[in-house]
Design a binder for this molecule. Structure first.
Ligand SMILES: [Fe+2]
Length: 168
C-alpha cells in the first residue's frame, strides 16, 4: 500500500515538473522569438521536400525554372567526338551558377557513360564554382548522364546522347 502511494506521488511530481518545464520552455521560446524579430530575422523559405523524393530533371528545356537553371548539370563536349579518342566532358552546375557556401552548396557530381559510372567529384562549400572536367573515350553511341547533388535541393540529372564518328 505504501509503495503504491509513493509511486502515485512520484508520478504527480513528475507530471507537475513536465508541465512546469513546458511552460518555462514556452516563456524562453517567446523571449527568443522576440529577440529574433528585433534582430530583423525574416524566417526562411521552406525547401520542397519533394525534391528529395527522386531524381529531378528539367521539365521543359525551352522554359526552365530558376531552380532548374541552377541545378540541372550542363554537359559540354567537343562538337566532334572520334571513336577511341579521349575527349573532355565538362560538367557545370548549372546554367545559372549555383551558390557555393556553408549552408547551401553542390556536394558532388557523377558522370555515367550509359549505366557505367565514369567519375565522381566531391565539392566543399569553399569551392567557388561547382564545375568539373573528366576525360573519357567512346567506341559507340551512348548516353552521357550527369547527376549533381545539392544539399538543399536534392539530386538533379541531365542526359546527353553522343555518337562518335569512326576514326580515320
Ligand atoms: Fe541548391
Amino acid at each position: 500500500m505504501m509503495k503504491k502511494a509513493c509511486r502515485r506521488r512520484e508520478f504527480l511530481i513528475g507530471g507537475t515538473l513536465a508541465v512546469g518545464g513546458t511552460m518555462l520552455a514556452g516563456r524562453v521560446l517567446g523571449a527568443t522569438e522576440s529577440a529574433v524579430k528585433a534582430a530583423g530575422f525574416k524566417g526562411f523559405t521552406q525547401v520542397d521536400p519533394g525534391l528529395f523524393a527522386g531524381i529531378n530533371r528539367v521539365a521543359n528545356p525551352e522554359g526552365k525554372s530558376i531552380l532548374e537553371k541552377k541545378h540541372a548539370p550542363l554537359i559540354d563536349i567537343p562538337a566532334k567526338i572520334v571513336a577511341g579518342q579521349a575527349f573532355a566532358v565538362t560538367l557545370t552546375m548549372g546554367e545559372i551558377a549555383h551558390p557555393m557556401g556553408a549552408t547551401h552548396y553542390i556536394q558532388n557530381v557523377d558522370l555515367l557513360v550509359g549505366n557505367e559510372p565514369a567519375g565522381h567529384v566531391e565539392f566543399r562549400p569553399e569551392v567557388a564554382t561547382a564545375k568539373a572536367m573528366l576525360y573519357i573515350r567512346l567506341d559507340k553511341p551512348v548516353t552521357l548522364v550527369a547527376r549533381a547533388y545539392c544539399n538543399l535541393h536534392g539530386l538533379w540529372e541531365t542526359r546527353l546522347e553522343v555518337a562518335p564518328v569512326p576514326s580515320a
